[in-house]
Every structure is written in structure tokens, then in C-alpha cells.
Ligand binder design. Sequence first.
Ligand SMILES: [Zn+2]
Ligand SMILES: [Zn+2]
Length: 339
Amino acid sequence: MKAMLLDRISAVEEKPLELVELPTPTPKRNQILIKVSTCGICHTELDEIEGRVSPSRLPMILGHEIVGRVESLGQGASKFKEGDRVGIAWINWACGRCAFCLKGEENLCDAAKWTGKDADGGYAQYTVVSEEFAYPIPESFSDLKAAPLLCAGVVGYRALRLSGIEDGGVLGLYGFGASAHIIIQVAKYKYPHGRVFVFTRPKQKEHQNLARKLGADWVGATDDTPPEKLNCAIDFTPVGEPVRQALRNLQKGGRVVINSIRKTTPIPELDYTEHLWYEKELKSVANVTRRDAQEFLPLAAEIPIVPETREYKLEEANEALILLKEGRMHGAGILKMAE
Ligand SMILES: [Zn+2]
Ligand SMILES: [Zn+2]
């Protein structure tokens, strides 16, 4: 099979992913072999390539927003049949026995494995996964449109849930890339009486226009002061400064959720009175559980979510990742495998 392989940590501008020919993997017990059709490009791949979240071994095949069809079943696998369309998300495996797993918090499991970090992912024509960690894809989505739902959508959904949002409240979204442009659609559907304010880098006119098109009630730059205080905010950006801005604009008792696996710059010093006093809260969102995916995918079909996607060939992964790093990716970038 063809794969874009990472074998060293480096700046993404050096285009470290290499197109290689590898043996097609064989599904082990309870695993399924999937013929990959599309794989979304996530900001986490930049963190992996540049060493902020290093893969547990190298070389590694990145990619954790995978859509494809079941090609064959490993011994004991019975949940799907050959030809079924399935998706794989960031959570690749969890122990099922630790205190976190038993509480339904498998996203915090110490032994958990992450797709494209601890197990080969979807920047390839084939991949394997335990059948318990694959999800049916709602029929209404094409392979292209389903891919960004699996991380940008699922993690964003978890962040929205953790934000404590209630209908009628004001939600702030910092950054308007793959995840935020899906989550604004969820927020508008589930909380029709609320308002959504979107903050982007000052020059991201395309992101701002997309936000307006998707129903944002106000759009501004990261350091702007919005017309009303925010009851909750989700920070989707890879940098530190928006955290402080979001806390500054927060209503008393409000909460800021950081939807980012790593920050490339530090969160600046906080002033207790201005940023935290009056019971303001700051929380991170770490990974996802299977439940997040199982709840979100049918909801996405019901709304229905319309993801904005840009299609790339497998061998164009380096170039697409550079665009993402520069903030020039409009919507979600998706790798489409050749037949
Ligand atoms: Zn991701
Ligand atoms: Zn566990």
C-alpha cells in the first residue's frame, strides 16, 4: 500500500512526510482491516511532526479522521461485515479496566492508544483497528464530508459539552478552523436562542466570512471586546494569548474551555482580578471517548452539519499541513486516496 510516512521530528516546512510503499497490514484478533477512502488533516499532526506531541515510535503513519470500508475481518471480529463503511477517530484503544475507563472517562486512561500516534493511522491506503473503536458513518455524508466529523467534529462536540453552555447564553469561539466551523452549526441547532460570537486573527477574512455565513451573531479579532460578556468560550487556537482574552471577556461564573492538545506559545500571565475573579473557570479538553463519537455522528446527520472541505491527494499531505500551519486552510483539509 502507499503511505505518507513520518520518520523524523522536524519543522513541517521541511516536508518530512515521505511517500512510501509498505506491506498492507493484517488484522489481528478482533481487528478489522479498512481500505481508507478519506483522512482528515488535523492540527495535532503538526504537533506530532514538530515534536510537541511525539509519536510513541517512528516511523509512524499519522492521521485520525479516517473513513473507509471494511476490507477483511480479523479472527473473532463480528461487529461489521466486509464492505461496511466505518470511521476511526483519535481514540484507538483504552484498557477498559482502570478507574478512568470504569467511570466512562477513557479519554484519560493511562494505557490508552491514540490513532496515528501510538498506532498507524490514515495517511495510507489501508489501516487496522479494533472493531470496538470503529463507528458506522451516517449514510447522508459522503466520504469527504464525513472525515472532518471524526476529530474536528467529535472533539469540538466534547468541548461544547464541557463548556456548560445553556440555551439563551452567549458562546465565544476563538479561532474559526475545521473544528469551530462545525461546532457553530451544532450550537445554532441545539441552542437556538443563544448567540455565538467568533474571534479570528485580524486578517483572516475568509474565516470571518465563513463564520457570518454559518450564523455568527458577531465577528471580530482576537483582542476585540465583544458587545456582550461571554457565558462560555471555546478556544480552538494553537497559541496562548486568546486564553487570556477569552477570560477577560467572560461573564461572572463563566467558563473557558481550551480545545487544543498543545499550545505553540505560552499563555500570558493572568491577572487574578481581571481574568479569574468572580468564579471564572478555565478547563482543557483532553482527547475523546467513544461515547463522544457515538453521540455526535447521528447528531451531525440530524442537523445536518455541512462541513467546508478542501480535497488533497495523499502525496500532497506536506503542502496541506503547511497551509494549515499558516492559517490559510479554509474549512477542513482532507486527503483523498486514489482508487
Ligand atoms: Zn484531531
Ligand atoms: Zn483505562
